[in-house]
Design a protein around this ligand. Structure first.
Ligand code: DQA
Length: 147
């Protein structure tokens, strides 16, 4: 039987994880996070595709393609676009797939401009503040919703 497909989307600057402000974002690389998420998805009976881009347009296009490619749910860290992107919010709504927003840091204890998530209201839930564990929790929550 073919497994249901999930999509992990990471936004701008997250390819620098491990080197980028490690006191905030930790020392785990994006490749390590993707591997851990792929393994967990397998254990939960799903297949996981991973996508990272610094470009808002590329993120929007990937999300737009997702339903056509049989993706049934999305975990997304929109990074800086969380706080700015109506277009990414609209892309998530247009895809009409359950999505969970994830942040490594607790955006609510940081600068005020990070306290608002534009994209979060297009998601079924938001996990923030647990470092790489945020991704694991988000993936588990999405899988539970879909099972
Ligand atoms: C982030 C939080 C955002 O405010 C920031 O712009 C990021 C990373 C996080 O995972 O904690 O790039 O999404």
């Amino acid at each position: 039987m073919t497994k249901k497909k999930l999509l992990l989307v990471n936004g701008p600057n997250l390819r620098l994880l491990g080197r980028r402000e490690p006191e905030i974002y930790g020392r785990t690389t994006l490749a390590e996070i993707e591997t851990a998420c792929r393994e967990l998805a397998e254990d939960l009976g799903f297949e996981l595709e991973c996508f990272q881009s610094d470009s808002e347009g590329a993120l929007i296009s990937r999300i737009g393609e997702a339903p056509l490619q049989g993706i049934c749910g999305i975990v997304i860290n929109p990074a800086g676009y969380t706080h700015t992107s109506v277009a990414l919010h609209d892309a998530l709504l247009a895809a009409a797939l359950p999505a969970v927003e994830v942040h490594l840091s607790n955006i609510f204890t940081r600068e005020e401009f990070r306290h608002t998530s534009i994209t979060g209201s297009a998601c079924i839930g938001v996990v923030a503040g647990f470092g790489k564990e945020s991704y694991i929790l988000a993936l588990r929550a999405l899988a539970a919703r879909l099972s």
